[in-house]
Design a protein around this ligand. Structure first.
Ligand SMILES: Nc1ncnc2c1ncn2[C@@H]1O[C@H](COP(=O)(O)OP(=O)(O)OP(=O)(O)O)[C@@H](O)[C@H]1O
Length: 485
C-alpha cells in the first residue's frame, strides 16, 4: 500500500488528469499545484513529482526550485515525448537527482513501479522514529559510544560496510544531543554529481550558473543549529574536500555566486564504507580533512559480526512493515539457522529487504529453511525436520571473519578436460554482479559499492554482459550519481 503522497505540477494538462486519476486509483493522495500557488501551501509529505503540461525546461526548474526540496529526495516523473522538456527527459535537473520517463498511453504497472523507486523522505513528520536495535556485545559497544559522544559538538566519522546502519547511528547521535530540536539534514555526497554538490551543500544565488533560476539554500543553511550528515564522504572530489575543510576550520562559507560570507553552527557527522586511511595514503582523500572529521571514529560491525541480533532485527522490520499496513513474516528455527550461514554482504539492509520480500510471499506465515531464496539456505542440505545438518551448525563456531563465506570458500577443482578459464571467470563475475544488484534492489551505485568498483565500471560491465535489465530502469546509464537519464 502506498505510504506517500504525490505532487502533480501544473494542473491543466490532460496527462496530468490521467496521472492524477491513476495515482488515486493506486491509493496515493495526489496534490495538484501550479506556479501561481505559493509553494508553502502544499504539504511536504510527498516524494514524487509528476511534471505535465509545463511550458519548458526553464519553467519546470523554476517550479521544482520553489518547492525547496533537497535534490536527492525528489523523484520527477515526466512524459517521454514532452518536446518542451528535453533537458528534463534526458535527466538534467539541478533540483532532482532522480528522473523517471513515462510512456503514454500510461500503464498502471509502469507508473506504480516508477513511484516505488521514489526516495523515502528523510524528514517525514508523521513517520514513527526508526529504532536502532541490537542487544549483542557488538551493538552494545556502538550504543555506548553513541551515548558518550552525543553531548559534545565533536565531529564523528562513522565507518563500516554498506547497510550496517551508519545513517541510523548518525540520527541516534543527533537525537541524543542538545541539538535534537534542531534539524538533522543528510546528504549523500556520492549520489550527487560533483558539479552539483557545491550548490547542494552551500546553496546558490539566482543566476550563479545555467539552471540556477532562483536563489536556493544549501544543506549547511538548512541544518543551522543542528546536525549535517555527510554520507559517503569518501566519494567527495578533492576540490570539494578543500571547500569542506574551510567550513570545518572557519565555520564560514559562501553560497555559489555570492560574495557574502555566512557563519554556520552545524555539527558534522560523516560516514563512509571506504578505507579513508588508505585513500589518504594514496592521495585520494586529504589528510587534514580526514583528521578534522575523525575526531571520534565509530566503527559499525558488519551483520556477520552480530548475527545474534537477527531475531530482534527481524522483529523491528516486521513492526515497520505493520506500520506501512503490510503483513509480517515469521521464521522457523531452521530458517534462522540457515540464514546464519549467509555472508550478508548488504548487511542489515539486505536482511530488511529479505524480510519485506518474504512478508509479501508468505503473508503472516512461517518461513522454513526450504522456503528461503536459494542463496540464504546455507551450503549444506536441510533434513526433513527442517533442522540443519551438523556440518552447518559447526560453521557457527567459526570466527566471525570466516563465518558464512559459503560457496566462495569451497575449493574449485580443475575438471579433467580442463576449463575455459576466461568463460568460467566471466560466469562467476556475472553471478556476483547479479547478486549485488539483487541485494541492492537494482541500484547500480550501491551494487558497485558492494563489488568495490566504480559505478562507471559496473555500468560498462552491465553493458558487456547484457545485464542492464537487472538494474533499475535507466539506472545503468553512464551518468554519475543516481540520476536517471
Ligand atoms: N541496528 C539497526 N536496527 C534497526 N535497523 C537497522 C539497524 N542497522 C541498520 N538498520 C536498517 O538497515 C537499513 C540500512 O541502514 P543505514 O541506511 O543506516 O545503513 P548505512 O550503513 O548508512 O548504509 P550505506 O552505507 O549504504 O549508506 C535501514 O533501513 C536501517 O533502518
Amino acid at each position: 500500500m502506498p505510504n506517500s503522497n504525490v505532487l502533480i505540477i501544473e494542473s491543466n494538462g490532460t496527462r496530468a488528469d490521467i496521472v492524477t486519476s491513476a495515482m488515486q486509483f493506486m491509493g496515493y493522495v495526489p496534490q495538484r499545484w501550479d506556479a501561481s500557488v505559493p509553494a508553502d501551501s502544499i504539504t511536504h509529505d510527498w516524494r514524487a513529482v509528476y511534471v505535465g503540461g509545463i511550458e519548458d525546461d526553464e519553467a519546470c526548474e523554476q517550479a521544482l526550485a520553489s518547492l525547496d526540496m533537497p535534490a536527492d529526495q525528489v523523484l520527477v516523473l515526466v512524459g517521454a515525448d514532452s518536446p518542451q522538456l528535453q533537458r528534463l527527459t534526458r535527466g538534467g535537473s539541478t533540483y532532482a537527482a532522480q528522473i523517471e520517463v513515462l510512456d503514454f498511453p500510461l500503464r498502471y504497472e509502469r507508473l506504480a513501479e516508477a513511484v516505488r523507486r521514489a526516495p523515502t523522505p528523510r524528514v517525514a513528520p508523521s513517520a514513527a522514529p526508526l529504532k536502532l536495535v541490537g542487544g549483542s556485545t557488538a551493538m552494545g559497544r556502538v550504543n555506548a559510544l553513541i551515548r558518550q559522544v552525543s553531548p559534545f559538538d565533536s565531529s564523528v566519522l562513522v565507518l563500516g560496510e554498506s547497510g550496517t546502519g551508519k545513517e541510523m547511528v548518525a540520527r541516534a547521535i543527533h537525537d541524543c544531543s542538545p541539538r535534537r530540536d534542531k534539524p538533522f539534514v543528510a546528504i549523500n555526497c556520492g549520489a550527487i554529481p560533483a558539479e552539483l554538490l557545491e550548490s547542494e551543500l552551500f546553496g546558490h544565488e539566482k543566476g550563479a550558473f545555467t539552471g540556477a533560476i532562483s536563489t536556493r539554500k544549501g544543506r549547511f543553511e538548512m541544518a543551522e543549529g543542528g546536525t549535517l550528515f555527510l554520507d559517503e564522504i569518501g566519494d567527495m572530489s578533492l576540490p570539494m574536500q578543500v571547500k569542506l575543510l574551510r567550513v570545518l576550520q572557519e565555520r564560514m562559507y559562501e553560497r555559489v555566486g555570492s560574495n557574502r560570507t555566512q557563519r554556520c553552527d552545524v555539527r558534522i557527522i560523516a560516514a563512509t564504507h571506504r578505507n579513508l586511511e588508505s585513500a589518504t595514503a594514496e592521495g585520494r582523500f586529504r589528510e587534514d580533512l580526514y583528521y578534522r572529521l575523525s575526531v571520534f571514529p565509530l566503527e559499525m560491525p558488519s551483520l556477520r559480526e552480530h548475527l545474534d541480533d537477527m531475531p530482534e532485527l527481524i522483529s523491528e522490520f516486521n513492526q515497520r512493515l505493520q506500520r506501512r499496513g503490510l503483513n509480517i513474516v515469521r521464521f522457523s528455527t531452521s530458517a534462522l539457522q540457515a540464514m546464519r550461514q549467509h555472508t550478508w554482504p548488504g548487511n542489515v539492509r539486505e536482511l530488511s529487504n529479505l524480510v519485506e520480500r518474504l512478508a509479501i510471499l508468505y503473508p503472516n506465515g512461517e518461513v522454513r529453511a526450504n522456503d528461503l531464496p536459494e542463496k540464504y539456505r546455507g551450503v549444506q542440505p536441510i533434513d526433513e525436520g527442517g533442522s540443519i545438518l551438523r556440518a552447518m551448525l559447526d560453521g557457527q563456531n567459526k570466527p566471525a571473519s570466516a563465518q558464512g563465506r559459503g560457496l566462495m570458500d569451497t575449493e574449485v577443482l580443475l575438471p579433467e578436460g580442463g576449463v575455459d578459464l576466461k568463460d568460467h571467470l566471466a560466469d562467476i563475475e556475472v553471478g556476483l554482479i547479479r547478486q549485488a544488484l539483487d541485494i541492492t534492489d537494482g541500484v547500480v551505485a550501491h551494487a558497485a559499492k558492494l563489488l568495490h568498483m566504480q559505478r562507471t565500471t559496473l555500468v560498462e560491465k552491465l553493458r558487456k554482459y547484457g545485464l542492464q535489465a537487472c538494474a533499475r530502469a535507466n539506472d545503468a546509464s553512464p551518468q554519475s550519481g543516481t540520476a536517471v537519464a
